[in-house]
Design a protein around this ligand. Structure first.
Ligand code: ME8
Length: 528
């Protein structure tokens, strides 16, 4: 079985998750489910990034030990994945897990053994909010007299301390060669070009340890005597955090059964952390002699009616509020259908309701409900046998049949948006066909033709329902149950969310005439 390993960024659990986090987990979940349904052995890793100065400071503000704060909030993230978002992760990793410390220390040792680590003093600006160093010319003083990181707008403080450095400057050419040889490594292209321009402008060595606080993974004892020091160093939180991706694949255990998952197929991250993933991470791996991940997909930011979400503006959306108000599957659909995954996008109450009513309720929901009701009422609640097919019937059926290949192609580039557009185009055409053919009139004039029209319509609905299990698992399962489509024997293996999945291996098993159906109830009710 082919493996597919994909990851989200691991969140800082210094606060509660917001809809931007949920967006990333849902999109990654859709990718994971799609691959499982398509027969891959999938591993989906997500979790929390618990060390560093930001966590330590927040803990002090709240009168907690850093680990207490991390444990409390990591549970909130995990509970959201489990109980609110239906996210089918395989491991929820915490960077305070013991196997992770061993992994981070081992990658450090390998970078050191490769001659890429030296001891010096860091003197420069640090943003605790961003957990990131800034050069003087990357900052400015604002109107209130505070020094600010120009790119991110966060406050920076002067930091001067002994630090280990990583020879990032040695990796610019190797990174550029890697980008050139692997054009799919960074997506979308606009983001790849930003990264390439940045690397082309030259890379400076990177400070990779801190001595002014202790909430982090200890730097391992150096083997090179030139690196010896009296001071206690903890790893820079980004070295620790990025390494979670190989910890999740069993590193450094050569005999781990998870080893087959590395190199990862896909890292899904947001646009604010592209440099860490596309520059630092591959450089660390090259230095340690570990294979690079195949792809970093950089998604856009989710804004509230065009405005940045922020606690001070009071427009932060909590994922569970949304799921309660609109239904989880509507939220999952909306987030992927509203704007392309690599772009920024906006949400509003009206936007969600519009999609729910137009695309889900009127389009797919009504088509399924009307055709199923006619079968239930007029045909003894049994799927009819089609008669001779017209050219139009054939066209519609073949458009629906080709959707799986279309989705496979689009999913290779995480183009969920175009996948959904393509499926809904077939639904639009089928709705047009249903209205034209008027099966409710045929009932009195040509019952054989009515049966054909209903069968064709329901066969299109079957294909759509099979596909959209990845996006809306619960609703799709209801729809497939309503059509009397049997669950795949390997459903447990294909869909971590539990029973009832139909694998894509069943794609061409057409609706069987004579299959009994229950009295249908609407799967996509309108939002009132
Ligand atoms: O960056 N819209 O954690 P984080 C969409 N710990 N995505 C958003 C978003 C928004 N409004 N706000 C944040 C970190 N994100 C590090 C990652 S990975 C080894 C370490 C995304 O909690 C953000 O881009 O600040 C990132 O991918 C994820 O949420 C976690 O952000």
């Amino acid at each position: 079985m082919n493996t597919y390993y994909l990851t989200t960024a691991i969140a800082y659990p210094n606060g509660e998750p917001h809809i931007g986090h949920a967006y990333e987990y849902i999109a990654t979940d859709v990718m994971a489910r799609f691959k499982r349904l398509d027969g891959y052995d999938v591993r989906y890793l997500t979790g929390t990034d618990e060390h560093g100065q930001k966590m330590q400071q927040t803990a002090v503000e709240q009168g907690l030990a850093p680990l207490e704060l991390a444990t409390r909030n990591a549970a909130v993230f995990q509970q959201m994945d489990d109980d609110v978002l239906n996210v089918s992760y395989d491991r929820f990793i915490r960077t305070t897990d013991t196997d992770h410390a061993a992994s981070a220390q081992e990658i450090w040792r390998r970078m050191e053994a490769n001659g890429d680590i030296y001891l010096d003093t860091y003197a420069g600006w640090y943003s605790v909010r961003d957990e990131r160093f800034f050069a003087d010319d990357e900052t400015h003083v604002n109107d209130e007299g505070e020094r600010i990181a120009t790119e991110t707008g966060t406050e920076v403080t002067w930091t001067e301390e002994e630090s280990y450095f990583f020879r990032l400057s040695n990796y610019a050419d190797k990174l550029l060669a890697h980008y050139a040889a692997n054009p799919e490594f960074i997506a979308p292209t606009t983001r790849a070009n930003e990264v390439i321009r940045f690397v082309e402008s030259g890379l400076e060595d990177l400070s990779i340890s801190r001595t002014s606080f202790d909430w982090g993974i200890p730097v391992p004892e150096p083997t090179n005597p030139e690196l010896a020091t009296e001071k206690n160093h903890v790893m820079y939180v980004w070295v620790d955090a990025l390494t979670n991706y190989i910890t999740g694949a069993g590193f450094p255990d050569e005999h781990s059964e998870l080893k087959r998952f590395w190199p990862a197929d896909l890292h899904v991250i947001g646009k604010d952390i592209s440099r860490f993933h596309c520059i630092f991470w591959p450089a660390f791996l090259m230095s340690a002699g570990i294979e690079l991940p195949k792809r970093v997909m950089i998604h856009g930011f989710l804004n509230n009616e065009g405005e940045k979400m922020s606690k001070s503006v009071g427009n932060v959306v909590h994922p569970s509020d949304w799921a309660d108000r609109y239904g989880l599957d509507t939220v999952r659909f909306f987030l992927l259908r509203e704007f392309p995954f690599g772009s920024d996008g906006s949400y509003s109450h009206d936007g969600v309701v519009r999609r729910k009513n137009a695309d889900l309720s009127n389009n797919l929901g009504n088509l399924a409900q009307r055709s199923l009701s006619m079968v239930y009422k007029n045909l003894d609640a049994q799927i009819p046998a089609p008669g001779e097919l017209t050219a139009q019937d054939e066209q519609l059926l073949s458009d629906a049949a080709s959707l799986l290949e279309t989705w496979r192609t689009h999913f290779e580039t995480q183009d969920f948006y175009r996948s959904l557009v393509a499926a809904w185009k077939v639904l639009d055409d089928t709705n047009g066909y249903f209205a034209d053919q008027q099966p409710w009139v045929l009932r009195k004039t040509d019952e054989a033709r009515m049966k054909t029209v209903l069968w064709v319509t329901l066969e299109v609905v079957r294909r759509i329902a099979i596909l959209i299990q990845a996006v809306m698992p619960e609703s799709a399962t209801k729809l497939l149950d309503a059509l009397g489509v049997e669950a795949s024997a390997d459903a447990g293996a294909t869909n971590a969310s539990g029973s009832g999945a139909r694998s894509y291996a069943a794609w061409d098993e057409q609706l069987a005439p004579g299959t009994p159906i229950d009295k249908p109830t609407p799967v996509f009710p309108r939002h009132e």
